[in-house]
Design a protein. Structure first.
Length: 135
């Protein structure tokens, strides 16, 4: 397989956890090493471009904060430039609420191994990390 962040299940799991654990200064470099500039990310029916996906992940980082291997990749399948992944996550939000999620991702890589397109369905059990406790 390629040197992509999706080269193995272990590499992908480390990458997903690193999104939350790297410093703010290092986040943009990590983000750009995963997602192509032309990314078309659809999460639960909402399509995000490169800028909006980065902003979305920064909001999640702000809600969750750093932790120890909170994301577990259950499986990662690769077929050339296509991939499918299932992951679970659990975390305590900064406001003290608990959240657990399952993510189902189907995507495509570009020739450099960066994700150029993905669709993700997310199932949330517990607090929604991007919604206020009062909502």
């Amino acid at each position: 397989m390629s040197s992509s962040k999706l080269a193995s299940q272990e590499t992908w799991q480390k990458t997903l956890n690193d999104i939350f654990d790297v410093s703010d200064d290092d986040f943009d470099n990590l983000f750009n090493s995963i997602w192509a500039p032309e990314i078309e990310a659809t999460i639960d029916g909402i399509t995000l471009d490169h800028t909006n996906l980065s902003a979305h992940l920064k909001r999640l980082r702000d809600a969750v904060g750093p932790g120890d291997d909170r994301i577990k990749v259950i499986y990662l399948f690769r077929d050339g430039e296509r991939f499918a992944s299932r992951h679970s996550a659990s975390a305590t939000l900064k406001d003290g609420r608990e959240t657990r999620t399952q993510g189902y991702v189907f995507g495509e890589l570009n020739s450099k191994g960066l994700i150029r397109k993905f669709d993700e369905a997310v199932i949330i059990d517990g607090a929604h990390p991007l919604k206020d406790a009062a909502e």
